[in-house]
Design a protein around this ligand. Structure first.
Ligand code: PLP
Length: 398
């Protein structure tokens, strides 16, 4: 690279990534093959439209790439192409969700989504997001003591509010989601069920987390978290007389976007092939094992794990725990302090609100921890035991 300034910064970031222990659950490390597709000449081509229906000439190869990506998406999640339609063009997770609402929810219509404070994503109708400005969020949350979903309460809410769409799938929820119950809840409100599996997509592909596909009308996902691909997103839509497929395709293009990023789509195709392999199945299982070890060990040292455990690649740790050290001497550190202290010692996490947090979002009561990135680097249970020990030591002397 002739641009020495950027080259130096890339080298510096590569070095930083090598040096730290990365416990951010939404990050991962890509294969060389995925990066190669991402950094390829495919970037240079304009191909507004869909395969076979482009607005530019010269797109024969691009059509093949997009169709291959769609085919691999169906295979990775074991879907029947007669039942599911796939759009691989969304530039990222937020525009994918926006496209679904644009297609399905009338202006100011109701989106029932988990509140940001309890682990929902901004794009599930939060007021600072376009999704909260254009539509009306019916927010739901978790149970106070157990810190898990209360399906009975959700059913009542859906029956009362009759939202156009219900969004399930979150950014900081560690437990299995009962997709069948979510389906019943959506039916009770006569609502569409959209599952945003951005965080757990890799676990679903690897068979380590229940698949939402048998129950959802629409599934959206980012491709860069546990799925271990480039920053991008996919929308899956059920094919039936409701024509969700046609409406959502139109909302993506021309509704929201222009030309698709074909280098990104090719990189997603490479990702999906990797995610369909036996070694990825092992990876997904290892991610869950590692997360459980990390949570269990921290719990043994006296730290409070939100909801008491995890079924996935992440969990929340209540480092503040009402501001006092418990009998094991753990607690009393705010989320921001915890994150700062850990970063000084080379462990990267993100501060995160816990359900019913009494502290402000800028300095909440907890941190969010995950194992996806470090598992990619080959770390196993014994390594996560050691990481837990270090975390305890660092936070304890805080
Ligand atoms: C990460 C995430 C998104 C948004 O993805 P971006 O690519 O950052 O826009 C949407 N929904 C959920 C649940 C996510 O975790």
């Amino acid at each position: 690279m002739k641009d020495t300034q950027i080259k130096k910064l890339i080298e510096a970031e590569k070095k930083r990534q090598k040096k730290v222990i990365n416990l951010i659950p939404s990050e991962n490390y890509l294969s060389k093959d995925v990066l190669e597709a991402l950094g390829s000449e495919l970037n240079d081509k304009y191909c507004e439209g869909y395969p076979g229906r482009r607005y530019y000439g010269g797109n024969g190869i691009m059509d093949k790439i997009e169709l291959l990506c769609i085919d691999r998406a169906l295979k990775a999640f074991k879907l029947d192409p007669k039942e599911w339609h796939v759009n691989v063009q969304p530039h990222s997770g937020s525009p994918a969700n926006l496209a679904v609402y644009l297609a399905c929810v009338p202006k100011e219509g109701k989106i029932m989504g988990m509140s940001l404070a309890h682990g929902g994503h901004l794009t599930h109708g939060h007021k600072v997001s376009a999704t909260g400005k254009l539509w009306t969020q019916i927010p739901y949350g978790l149970e106070p003591v157990t810190e898990v979903l209360n399906y009975d309460q959700l059913r009542e809410m859906a029956m009362k509010e009759k939202p156009v769409i219900i969004v399930a799938g979150y950014t900081a929820y560690s437990r299995f989601i009962d997709w069948a119950k979510m389906r019943e809840i959506a039916d009770a409100g006569n609502s569409l069920l959209m599952v945003d599996m951005s965080h757990i997509a890799g676990l679903v592909a690897g068979g380590a987390y229940p698949s939402p596909f048998p129950f959802a009308d629409i599934v959206t996902t980012t491709t860069h978290k546990t799925l271990r691909g480039p920053r991008s997103a996919i929308i899956f839509m059920r094919k039936d007389e409701r024509e969700l497929d046609k409406k959502i395709d139109k909302a993506v293009f021309p509704g929201l976007q222009g030309g698709p990023h074909m280098n990104q789509i090719a990189a997603v195709a490479v990702t999906l092939k990797e995610a369909s392999s036996p070694s990825f199945k092992k990876y997904a299982a290892q991610v869950v094992k590692n997360t459980k070890v990390l949570a269990d060990e921290l719990h043994k040292y006296g730290w409070r794990v939100v909801s008491g455990g995890t079924d996935s690649h992440l969990f929340l740790l209540d480092t503040w725990n009402n501001g006092v050290n418990n009998e094991k001497g753990a607690g009393g550190v705010s989320g921001k302090d915890a994150s700062d202290k850990l970063e000084k010692e080379g462990i990267i996490v993100n501060k995160n609100a816990i359900p019913f947090d009494t502290r402000p979002p800028a300095d909440p009561s907890g941190i969010r921890l995950g194992s996806a990135a470090e598992t990619t680097r080959g770390r196993k249970e014994k390594d996560f035991k050691a990481i837990a020990k270090r975390i305890d030591k660092i936070l304890r002397k805080a």
